[in-house]
Design a protein around this ligand. Structure first.
Ligand code: ARG
Length: 577
């Protein structure tokens, strides 16, 4: 249980002992300023309103009933009825000792089954920057939720079905007919796609064949399925290489693409028709959603089957919800998809609930994100105006980081430098994305993300490496330390209290699906570490043995939080950089 939960419980008990209504919340929040204690309970105001009495009197009654002697050494009432709680340094030290020896493991009070739908590229094309945000943000959420003890099911909802696969399989067949191995033909998916498109536009016979192949593929023709499998396999492998380079936990087993739902699409339509939700409109099957009507009262329209029988993106998403609810028994589904698909998600969620595919107990959440912008404020492009391929981005990140590291630390061996460059380069790209409020657009800047100052991956990685170098200089293994630190100075106290808030930060990330909360937390932690260094010498002559090991304990606890926190963001640390 983290401190906030503990206080919530204790103050909650005091409030009921004081006879306040059970639905009044204690409103526990960390204090903005140590002058007002470490935490505040601000629930007296709300409770006073509920019972029609003075907040300060209510606060007094809560404090009288509050049993916090083991935790706090001072409780005071301030202003209209704020209750300021000053935690005991010895208690904080013992908590920190427990946290450090428990490997930080956190258990959510109630473990849920959670599907996280992320990355999900269309397989026809090579992965590009447009896929980066979903991939990175989703992967961080997956890590945090698992760390908190939830059962997480990763789902890579790849676009591996649909009309363009007629053209692509026809092109693959043509190129393989010229003795090209599938591997080789698909070496560059962008080029291949352009070739197929050109072929389709220039050659009517090929275009007819492509159209014929869609139908054959969708009706389960063996030859077409085989070609399609080959295409899909090469494309997925290409994605997996990138996941690996980006330290993203997605693997083949997590792929559950659009094709997986093919067999249920006809049932979805039948169900919708039976309930009178889907109706015919110019040969198509359409749902009118009054719930999402515009200002003039015109319903929002969702096409679930095209004229001619083809199914759509929405149909597949409805089938996916059914699968997740019925077969996977989810409590929550998190979708990390571009903000431009917000209407689509709203329509799908509304219809899924209306059609009874999902009960109110299941939470369906679209967590949108903004666009990656270039430094000129328009969507991020290559110099020549093309789409930036993720593979190129990875190479550039490592190259830029290598140049930087060579300059900052020329003493590293070549092998060390390569490893550091990889971790710093990839870490910088990921952190730059994760540290911004997810829902906003953000500006992609190599210079800013690779800076060693400010809220960046290199800054945090450096803070971690610096602690390791202190241990090297001290000739002590962090694991060999034991006991609780002494928290004597304000800097030690502030750092310890921050470290103990790790779990609170994670809870918030899990709840709001906002990884920047964890980034901010880690950045503030690193800043408090630097302040602590300045104020509290460790290896200097004249520092007592007891003081030194106490401060080393704090360093070790900080290193653990930084390392685990970065790992939950999918970012690696190193001992030297
Ligand atoms: N393949 C889609 C695209 O590239 C994203 C899929 C997101 N997931 C979902 N369940 N709709 O736009």
């Amino acid at each position: 249980m983290n401190i906030r939960e503990l206080l919530n419980q204790r103050v909650g008990e005091a409030m009921s002992a004081a006879g306040l209504p059970a639905d009044c919340s204690p409103h526990i929040a960390p204090s903005k300023n140590p002058q007002f204690g470490d935490y505040q309970a601000n629930g007296a105001m709300g409770a006073a309103k509920a019972v029609g009495r003075k907040p300060r009197d209510i606060a007094g009654e809560i404090v009288a009933a509050l049993a916090l002697d083991d935790i706090a050494d001072k409780i005071e009432i301030a202003g209209p009825g704020f209750i300021n709680i000053y935690l005991r340094p010895q208690w904080l030290a013992a908590q920190l000792q427990a946290q450090t020896s428990g490997e930080l493991s956190q258990q959510a009070p109630s473990a849920q089954t959670i599907v996280v739908d992320y990355s999900s590229p269309n397989l026809a094309k090579e992965m590009h920057v447009g896929h980066l945000r979903s991939t990175i943000i989703g992967d961080s959420l997956v890590r945090v939720l698992e760390f908190l003890g939830h059962k997480v099911i990763r789902q890579n909802h790849v676009g591996d079905w649909g009309t363009q696969f007629g053209m692509l399989t026809a092109e693959l067949e043509a190129q393989m007919g010229q003795n090209q191995a599938a591997e080789l033909a698909l070496k560059d998916l962008e080029v291949f796609y352009q070739q197929a498109k050109k072929h389709f536009d220039d050659d009517p016979a090929f275009a007819d064949k492509a159209r014929d192949y869609v139908v054959k593929l969708q009706s389960g023709d063996d030859k077409l399925l085989q070609l399609w499998q080959q295409f899909r396999d090469v494309s997925l492998r290409h994605g997996e290489e990138l996941y690996q380079a980006l330290n993203v936990t997605l693997e083949r087993e997590h792929v559950k693409g659009e094709s997986f739902y093919n067999d249920d699409l006809a049932n979805v339509i039948k169900d919708l028709q039976a309930q009178g939700l889907a109706v015919e409109d110019q040969g198509a099957q359409v749902v009118f959603l009054q719930e999402l009507a515009d200002k003039e009262g015109k319903p929002s329209v969702l096409i679930v089957q095209k004229q001619g029988g083809g199914y759509l993106y929405a149909t597949t998403d409805l089938a996916a919800i059914r699968h997740r609810v019925n077969d996977l028994n989810v409590d929550r589904v998190l979708y990390f998809i571009d903000a431009r698909q917000s209407l689509h998600m709203k329509q799908v969620f509304t219809l899924a609930r209306k059609a009874g595919f999902v009960s109110d107990a299941v939470s369906l959440e679209h967590h949108p994100f903004g666009t990656m912008m270039g430094e000129d404020g328009t969507p991020f492009k290559t110099r020549s105006g093309g789409t930036v391929k993720l593979a190129d981005l990875v190479v550039e990140a490592e190259q830029r980081a290598a140049a930087l590291i060579a300059e900052k630390n020329p003493d590293l061996s070549e092998a060390e430098r390569a490893e550091v460059a990889r971790k710093v380069g990839i870490g910088a790209v990921k952190y730059a994305d994760l540290s911004k409020t997810r829902s906003n657009d953000y500006i992609f800047s190599w210079e800013a993300m690779l800076s060693f100052e400010g809220n960046t991956a290199p800054y945090l990685q450096y803070a971690y490496a610096r602690i390791q170098s202190i241990f090297r200089k001290a000739g002590i293994e962090p694991d060999s330390l034991s006991g609780a630190p002494q928290l004597n100075t304000p800097e030690e106290l502030a750092l310890a209290l921050k470290l103990l808030r790790f779990g609170e930060a994670l809870e918030q990330v899990a709840k709001e699906a906002m990884p920047h909360v964890l980034c901010n937390y880690l950045y503030e932690t690193a800043a408090l570490l630097m302040k602590f260094y300045e104020a509290c010498p460790i290896l200097k002559h004249g520092v007592s043995e007891a003081e030194r090991s106490s401060r080393l304990l704090l360093c070790a606890a900080t290193a653990q939080v930084l390392n685990t926190g970065l790992e939950l963001l999918g970012i690696e640390t190193m001992d030297k950089m």
